[in-house]
Design a protein around this ligand. Sequence first.
Ligand code: MAN
Ligand code: CA
Length: 223
Amino acid sequence: MGPSFKAAPEPLPNLSICDPSQSLFCSKDTNFLGQKLRSSLTVYVLLALSYLLILILFAVSLSRVSMLSSQLNEMRNELKRNHSSNDFKLFPCGPEAREWEYFSGKCYYFSLRETSWQRAKVLCEEEHSRLAIVNSHAQQNFIMYRTRNQRFWIGLSDENSEGEWKWIDGSDSTTGFTYWKEGEPNNSGQNEDCAHVWTYGEWNDVHCTYECYYICEKPAPPP
Ligand code: MAN
Ligand code: CA
């Protein structure tokens, strides 16, 4: 028997997918780096996915919020509409003009200050109204009840032509409704050209510089 020849042990197969004989950059270290990179990539992908999910959720909630807020706005407007129509039922002359009182399609203001007829005329005009014209029993009753025997100017005078009583809109009073106190108009002292309501709401002529309360009227605003 010759010297026994022991076959050299087979080299262990290279288990690494990285073959150092094939690549300069292949080593145990780079293999580790590759694995690390792959796991980091997974983390990045997962992160990107979560960002995307967050973005989608954000967009969805944003659209829900804007939908809800527009519904809320609609409800608020509806409430406002209901309120304002209720306000108009309670205050037909307008909720912002509660000192004006409604009667039969018109709004009346009974002043709290006394002044001359001319000044009263201007003050009514400044409020887009005019001194009251009384041409029906119903209107006279309303005014009479409200003035409670106090003197209030109405829009009636004969300052242009003595004895020709005209309403402030130019209409003739002598042919229409009148409510003069008995014995009036008497042009006492030859100087009484302006009319006011007095006790029981009856009319009297006095001098126009006399100072008393006044009544303005204007059409009621559309509901
Ligand atoms: C006062 C004035 C007059 C009125 C008489 C009535 O003098 O108010 O306008 O006619 O009273 O007695
Ligand atoms: Ca008089």
